[in-house]
Write a protein that binds this ligand. Structure first.
Ligand SMILES: N[C@@H](CCC(=O)N[C@@H](CS)C(=O)NCC(=O)O)C(=O)O
Length: 216
C-alpha cells in the first residue's frame, strides 16, 4: 500500500481529526501524521497545502487527497476490508448512525465542545442538548442490544461507528452527561481504549488553548 499521511488539528479540540485518526489506529494501518494548529491566522493556508476544504482531517496518499472524516473512514475501510460490520443489516444501521452523527447533534457539538483534557466541567442544561444526549443514549443501547453480542463495541467488533462516537464519549466525560447504565458501560469501553488514551495523553501535552472552546 502506498504510504498514508493524516493531517490533523489540535488533539485537544479537533473531534473530526480524532475520528479519522482512531479508526486508522484500530484498523492497524500505518500512517504518518502532520499536525496543523487550529485557530491561528495561517491555519487555513496551511491546511490548504494538503486538501481543498480548509478543514482537517485530510488523508494524503501521494497525490490523492481525501478530506472529510467520513470519506477518510470509508477509504480506510476500502483499503483494509475492515471497518464496517460484516452483516448487511448491521452495516446498514452502522452507516445510519454514522451519518446521523456526521450531520447532526448540533446542540451537543456547539454547547459541549470537545476538550479532551478537561474534566468536571458543567454547563446549564437546555432541552435541545438534553434531546441530543437522549438520542445518543438510545442509539448506543439499540446497537449494543441488537448487534453487540460478539464484542464490547457498538457492533461487537470495532467499527467506524465507534470512531464516529468517540468524541461524544469524551464530551460526556468532560461535562458529566447523565446517561443509562448501558451507555456508561460503553463509555468505559471507549475511555479504556489504549489508542484513545494515547491521543488524550498527547492532548494534555499541547500548549495551545482556545478560549471559545473552554466551556463550563
Ligand atoms: N465535516 C468535516 C468537518 C471538519 C472540521 O470542521 N474540522 C475542523 C476541526 S475539528 C477544522 O478544520 N477547522 C478549521 C478551521 O475552522 O479553521 C469532517 O467531517 O471532517
Amino acid at each position: 500500500m502506498a504510504p498514508l499521511t493524516l493531517v490533523i488539528g489540535n488533539r485537544n479540540y479537533s473531534s473530526w481529526s480524532l475520528r479519522a485518526w482512531i479508526l486508522l489506529k484500530h484498523l492497524g494501518v500505518p500512517f504518518e501524521e502532520i499536525q496543523v494548529v487550529l485557530d491561528t491566522p495561517s491555519t487555513r493556508e496551511e491546511i490548504e497545502r494538503y486538501g481543498p476544504s480548509g478543514r482537517v482531517p485530510v488523508l494524503r496518499q501521494g497525490e490523492l487527497a481525501v478530506w472529510d472524516s467520513l470519506a477518510i473512514c470509508e477509504y480506510a475501510a476500502e483499503l483494509t476490508g475492515k471497518g464496517w460490520p460484516q452483516d448487511q443489516q448491521a452495516r446498514a444501521v452502522a452507516r445510519s448512525v454514522c451519518a446521523e452523527m456526521h450531520s447532526g447533534f448540533t446542540h451537543l457539538r456547539s454547547l459541549w465542545p470537545m476538550n479532551a483534557r478537561a474534566r468536571n466541567r458543567r454547563t446549564a442544561m437546555t432541552a435541545a442538548l438534553e434531546a441530543d444526549i437522549e438520542r445518543i443514549d438510545v442509539i448506543w443501547n439499540d446497537c449494543r442490544a441488537r448487534f453487540g453480542a460478539t464484542g464490547p463495541w457498538l457492533f461487537g467488533e470495532y467499527s467506524i461507528a465507534d470512531a464516529m462516537y468517540t468524541p461524544v464519549v469524551l464530551r460526556f466525560n468532560t461535562y458529566g452527561a447523565r446517561i443509562s447504565p448501558t451507555a456508561r458501560w460503553y463509555m468505559a469501553t471507549v475511555l479504556e481504549d489504549s489508542s484513545l488514551q494515547e491521543w488524550v495523553a498527547a492532548a494534555k501535552q499541547e500548549p495551545w488553548t482556545n478560549p471559545s472552546e473552554e466551556v463550563g
